[in-house]
Design a protein around this ligand. Structure first.
Ligand SMILES: Cc1cc2nc3c(=O)[nH]c(=O)nc-3n(C[C@H](O)[C@H](O)[C@H](O)COP(=O)(O)OP(=O)(O)OC[C@H]3O[C@@H](n4cnc5c(N)ncnc54)[C@H](O)[C@@H]3O)c2cc1C
Length: 442
């Protein structure tokens, strides 16, 4: 939480701002008053989630709305699986909130630190060929628009706005409530193991289509990929959770502790990075376990990093990754962070990275003390050549002009923005860049 006068920083330490004012509204009406007051003073206003976007998408130079007090369940129907939550609810709070109804999110990303509105507004996704990003689970939303109106968008009210509002980059309004279509609580059976990268790439589409949730990590400078294959089981299936020691050893000691040391040493002496990468691969020898879905999807990330992620056509992933590998070898870079590769179903949210196409995701990372620019820029060129779409919450250099080329409904989204936020009350420099400023639609 930021106090008025203090500096707000995002998780990756790539962005910071000192808002003129910080407000903590706890109801739709309080949000409405905050937006109206900002308008009366000619100020911009921006809600912030958990600050886990790597881009400046959440920067609030004028009035920052901290929605930590706007959390919890508003209404739940266990029979239909529909639950209305306040928009500032943190994802890590969901398992406890949903337990009484026996429900769960249909899919999740790697972490659960984000807020519901923050995650859905940037198109946060997990992996799984049959599943879209978190925003696809939204069936209704209540928001305060830039003119200070409280509106509801659902399958029966202003339904034409849903494909924009579900994934709105925080540019259309302040979400105060979100209704999700959830699924009965389920168990995931997880198989994680190192496999030859060449084989994983050759079998990519088959593996993705044949599993509920498939993804892999590849440490540059090695020949192995760490694959993760999760199979969905009913909620009453037998569970074999990871023991505390095993979780500590794999997730805390190797994935975070040893890895942090490797990154720190690698920053000073890049030549050691390939050897460290092989050591980490060797220590992560694979494991099998099963547990309720959040405990399997979510990992603990304590090593700070910077990330860029692009969505490209699913079938092009193997070739694109081979190109990234060749690039790293050609340039002689030493990259300490693994590359993460995932997949998602096509969806119909206008600014979804998977809009209208089955998508594969390639995410590149760098330790936060290293300069990521040259690496990310070169990978970005490769992804752009494949019609790639950057994750809205992760680093990239695209602008409204280049994004319009890869989003067929880009101008429809801008038309909704003109309607809901005609004076650009929610504008910030990032939104200016990716959506254009007041005169974007020339
Ligand atoms: C360690 C780490 C792991 C990650 N893993 C994944 C992953 O597995 N998959 C993935 O896709 N992404 C991942 N991300 C990216 C992350 O999910 C997104 O950047 C997400 O938006 C962060 O949520 P947040 O709550 O921190 O939102 P913020 O970054 O604070 O805000 C994001 C946007 O949401 C807007 N917003 C917030 N609240 C509201 C509201 N009430 N109404 C309207 N707009 C609102 C903000 O104004 C801003 O535009 C990861 C990031 C980190 C740092």
């Amino acid at each position: 939480m930021t106090a008025t006068g203090a500096t707000w920083r995002n998780w990756s330490r790539t962005e910071q701002v000192r808002p003129l004012r910080v407000e903590r509204p706890d109801s739709a009406e309080a949000v409405q008053r905050a937006v109206q007051a900002a308008a009366a003073s000619g100020l911009r206003v921006k809600p912030v989630g958990s600050g886990h976007s790597f881009t400046g998408i959440a920067l609030a130079p004028d009035v920052q709305l901290d929605l930590a007090d706007l959390s919890g369940v508003v209404d739940a129907d266990a029979a239909t699986g529909r639950v209305t939550l306040r928009a500032g609810t943190a994802l890590h709070g969901l398992p406890a909130l949903l337990a009484p109804y026996g429900l769960a999110l249909a899919n999740m990303g790697d972490i659960d630190r984000q807020t519901l509105a923050g995650a859905t507004s940037t198109g946060t996704h997990g992996t799984g060929f049959g599943f879209g990003g978190l925003a696809t689970q939204i069936v209704a939303a209540k928001l305060v628009t830039g003119t200070g109106e409280i509106i509801t968008v659902s399958e029966t009210e202003r339904s034409e706005l849903l494909p924009a509002v579900r994934l709105g980059l925080g540019a259309l309004g302040v979400l105060v409530e979100v209704t999700l279509q959830l699924v009965p609580r389920y168990v995931l059976d997880a198989v994680e193991r190192p496999e030859p990268l060449a084989e994983v790439l050759d079998g990519w589409e088959e593996r993705v289509r044949g599993a509920d949730h498939f993804e892999f990590y590849w440490h540059p400078h090695t020949e192995l990929a760490m694959t993760k294959t999760n199979t969905r089981l009913p909620g009453d299936a037998e569970r074999r959770p990871l023991g505390r020691f095993s979780r500590w050893l794999d997730d805390e000691l190797v994935a975070n502790g040893l890895f942090r040391a490797a990154c720190a040493v690698g920053t000073a002496a890049p030549a050691v990075i390939p050897a460290f990468a092989r050591l980490v691969d060797k220590l992560q020898s694979g494991r099998e376990f099963s547990d309720f879905s959040p405990s399997v999807f979510v990992t603990n990330r304590t090593v700070r990093f910077r990330e860029m992620e692009y969505a490209i056509p699913l079938a092009e992933v193997p070739e694109a990754l081979r190109e990234v590998r060749a690039l790293i070898e050609r340039k002689g870079w030493r990259i300490s962070f693994p590359i993460e590769v995932r997949a998602a179903a096509a969806d119909d949210n206008w600014l979804s990275t998977a809009y209208g196409r089955e998508s594969g995701y390639i995410a590149v990372h760098r330790y936060f003390r290293e300069d990521q620019r040259e690496y990310f820029a070169a990978v970005e060129d490769l992804m752009r050549a494949r019609g790639g779409r950057p994750h809205w919450g992760k680093m990239h250099t695209q602008t409204a002009e280049t994004l319009r080329e890869v989003y067929p409904r880009f101008d429809d989204f801008l038309a909704v923005r003109d309607e809901l936020d005609p004076e650009r009350r929610f504008q910030n420099p990032y939104l200016d860049r990716v959506l254009g400023g007041v005169h974007a639609r020339v």
